[in-house]
Design a protein around this ligand. Sequence first.
Ligand code: 5GP
Length: 173
Amino acid sequence: MVIGKPLLTVEQIQEKVKELAAEISRDYKGKELLTVGILRGSFMFFSDIVKSIQVPMNIDFLIVSSYIKTKNKGKIEIHADLREDIKGRHVLLIEDIADTGLSLSHIRNMLLKRSPASLKICALLNKKERRKVDVPLDYIGFEIPDKYVVGYGLDYENKFRNLPHIVTFKKST
Ligand code: 5GP
């Protein structure tokens, strides 16, 4: 296993988190948010961004798996659903990365059926080139190239999530 050079440093990530939080705070001024973290990958991004969002909020989590490396490609499994009823509420999804878009699209369609007042998506990373389905991203941290990345919550086989920065990752042969 080879970990490459940092793609995004701690400073770059923290600065971007503050920028996104400021934009979200402006957009939701006067409203109350239900901020939903998509676990496990978004746990670090989620905990950083909610600290800087300046509107009243409730928080909740969805635990999902997507099978990007197996023959069940594109299949999304919901391990733990929301505890909150989202009907009539302003929901903001916090995701680590949008890759093919299949996970976010699946989650978005599932949640829209529950009639939220609004539903927006904030993704720290976007790999636009890899998109298979269209999904509207309202807030994007960084556009990144088609490389597998780990750190800041993102894993390889559930490792490297604790790195404070984001690095490219290659499996050695
Ligand atoms: P999707 O392809 O459905 O947009 O992304 C599904 C999930 O695949 C993401 O939420 C993330 O957990 C994982 N994923 C996609 N690209 C990467 C990557 O470069 N690194 C890591 N660690 N996970 C990724």
